[in-house]
Design a protein around this ligand. Structure first.
Ligand SMILES: [Zn+2]
Length: 255
């Protein structure tokens, strides 16, 4: 089954709840700051997409080596977190992960990060990029970690204009990275979401993917599933889909 088959595409489109006509992607690149950001934000959507033959690829900008546990050497934590994210990806049908190796806790949306992301976008050539919102949510300060804001801002810049403009980072052309226009951008969560993806059939895998991050989530115990269930059901309730489970996005037309 591939996303080019019309039936899975129609079926996937039925999972998208929006007031606009949301295109069904073929190839998706998810870009986040830390291991586990994808699983909190959109692993249910990723699993729903891969179930329907969409190819999903991950890029994680840091190795999460500034996280818990504090008594572990950073190099050991790096290896552990890469292994945990790789397993979490496998659970939701993702095999290709790109590790950008930037320093955890010290990201800024500068030209170095923009260039790294533009290079990756030109290589992967997705028709949808999913990332973190570049805007601070004062009601959810943990979601607005400075690294998340930096990755969101740098990714938006990489989608428009850097990846599509041949004059941005001209030496990328010498590396064989031809310009590429990403027509659609989704920003995870946030109060300005205009797209909700129904993930009920993928909920268990979202929780399993989160549990794969043992170093971060084992201490949450059974509370983890209850917390995620509350997020996805209360969001559904709020947007008029009672009984559903959804992940929300701000979908942006960047074509
Ligand atoms: Zn994070």
């Amino acid at each position: 089954m591939t996303a080019a088959d019309p039936e899975p595409r129609r079926d996937l489109a039925a999972h998208f709840h929006a007031d606009h006509d949301e295109p069904v992607p073929d190839r998706v690149l998810v870009i986040v700051a830390h291991p586990d950001d994808i699983d909190f934000g959109c692993a249910g959507t990723v699993a729903t997409m891969t179930d329907h033959g969409v190819e999903v690829i991950y890029a994680i900008v840091t190795d999460g080596d500034a996280g818990e546990p504090a008594d572990l050497a950073a190099s050991d934590l790096k290896a552990i977190r890469r292994a945990e994210q790789t397993e979490a990806a496998r659970i939701v049908g993702v095999e290709e992960l790109h590790w950008l190796g930037f320093p955890d806790g010290a990201l800024v949306a500068d030209l170095v990060l923009r260039k790294a992301l533009a290079r990756l976008i030109r290589r992967v050539r997705p028709d949808l990029v999913i990332t973190q919102p570049p805007v601070r949510d004062l009601d959810r300060i943990y979601a607005s970690h400075p690294d998340h804001l930096a990755v969101g801002e740098a990714t938006v810049c990489a989608v428009y204009p850097d990846a599509r403009n041949a004059r941005s980072f001209p030496d990328l052309l010498d590396d064989g990275c031809a310009p590429h226009t990403v027509p659609r951008l989704w920003l995870m969560g946030g109060p300005s979401a205009n797209l909700h993806v129904e993930i009920s059939a993928a909920f268990e895998r979202k929780v399993a993917a989160l549990r794969a991050h043992h170093s971060q989530n084992d201490s949450r115990g059974e509370g983890l599933e209850a917390m995620i269930r509350d997020w996805v059901t209360s969001t559904a309730e709020r947007v008029g889909l009672p009984g559903a489970m959804v992940e929300g996005f701000r979908s942006v037309d960047t074509a």
